[in-house]
Design a protein around this ligand. Structure first.
Ligand SMILES: NC(=O)C1=CN([C@@H]2O[C@H](COP(=O)(O)OP(=O)(O)OC[C@H]3O[C@@H](n4cnc5c(N)ncnc54)[C@H](O)[C@@H]3O)[C@@H](O)[C@H]2O)C=CC1
Ligand SMILES: Nc1nc(O)c(N)c(N[C@@H]2O[C@H](COP(=O)(O)O)[C@@H](O)[C@H]2O)n1
Length: 279
């Protein structure tokens, strides 16, 4: 055991039981599947915002729910974010719970693999990026970058590989406006075949919106949302999936949860559930 760094977080056993039914099983009882166990998790304001604006790193979670998020990170093999989040936040995407690798434990056991969806390879990361600082300090893994670009910039590729990361090409669907859309089943199968048995998807807004579309929402095994007691106001990055309509052309809810449980963490409340698929 080595000593834990100053940013180490504690998450008490008494809070863990509540989450257990919503997490990847630890007893080998997961059904055989080509897909990893997939959790959608994020923190939102009372007006459904993830951040004050697309480029703004915004703290929503209080200390207890932040520690919960890090516990979730310890229970998943990978964390997926969109490149918008990587650029805005320069995130660490490691797990800072005491007892995992780099936080009181040798090696990197319990550290999740960061996965960044970046169809055009536009993320300008460098040695100074937080993710690579953490790699140098033995406190996190290097990212896998999911792209549609066949030959990404060789300097970026070399930097990534020096830390143990890599670019991964997956199928993308080209929309009528020329934008790349992730083929989510293909991505998830690829991640599982590369050893990630479970993934948590943290955001941002565009990633969450695409996952909550009718064709992809069934991929989600679990949804865990932190709700913070604040309104961020107009102009925020809002989580609002596309409208759905019934056969009569009437608007219906875009997505709904079932088996819902609520748990207060400090001033926040955490909502756990599963996507309710239509009957
Ligand atoms: N409160 C929270 O829990 C979280 C907040 N955030 C915040 O969200 C904001 C970023 O959100 P957004 O601007 O919506 O960016 P984003 O993180 O969703 O990334 C958008 C970009 O990712 C790629 N992308 C996303 N979904 C894709 C798909 N289905 N197919 C192909 N490519 C896709 C595209 O290149 C797109 O331009 C930041 O301000 C960040 O701080 C991000 C994560 C969690
Ligand atoms: N759970 C949660 N609460 C918030 O208040 C947040 N702003 C986020 N953001 C997500 O966490 C990433 C930052 O992670 P590090 O602390 O740098 O490891 C950020 O990029 C979002 O994905 N999450």
């Amino acid at each position: 055991m080595s000593s834990a760094p100053r940013d180490a977080l504690e998450f008490p056993d008494s809070d863990r039981g509540f989450l257990e039914p919503h997490l990847p099983p630890q007893d080998g009882s997961a059904p055989q599947s080509d897909l990893p166990f997939t959790t959608l998790t994020f923190a939102t304001s009372l007006d459904s915002s993830l951040a004050l604006s697309p480029g703004a790193r915004t703290v929503l979670s209080g200390p207890q729910s932040k520690a919960m998020t890090h516990y979730l990170r310890s229970r998943h093999d990978g964390i997926i974010i969109g490149v918008g989040t990587a650029v805005a936040d320069d995130p660490g995407l490691n797990c800072r719970i005491t007892g995992v690798g780099g936080y009181g434990q040798e090696g990197l056991a319990g550290q999740p693999r960061p996965v960044v969806i970046d169809p055009t390879a536009r993320w300008e990361f460098s040695d100074d990026s937080k993710l690579f600082q953490l790699c140098r300090e033995g406190r996190g893994l290097a990212p896998w970058i999911i792209t549609a670009v066949e030959n990404p910039n060789s300097q970026k590729q070399a930097l990534l590989e020096r830390y143990g990361g890599r670019f991964i090409s997956v199928n993308m669907i080209r929309t009528h406006t020329g934008r790349h859309q992730i083929d989510w089943p293909d991505l998830l199968v690829t991640l599982k075949s590369n050893g990630l048995e479970s993934v948590m998807i943290e955001g941002g807004g565009q990633v969450i919106k695409s996952l909550l579309s009718p064709i992809y929402m069934s991929l989600l095994d679990s949804v865990i949302v932190t709700i913070a007691p604040t309104w961020l106001g107009e102009g925020g990055v809002v989580v609002s999936p596309a409208r759905r309509f019934d056969e009569g052309g009437n608007a219906i809810s875009a997505a709904r949860l079932k088996n819902v449980k609520w748990h207060p963490f400090g001033e926040d409340v955490v909502l756990c559930g599963q996507i309710k698929l239509s009957d």
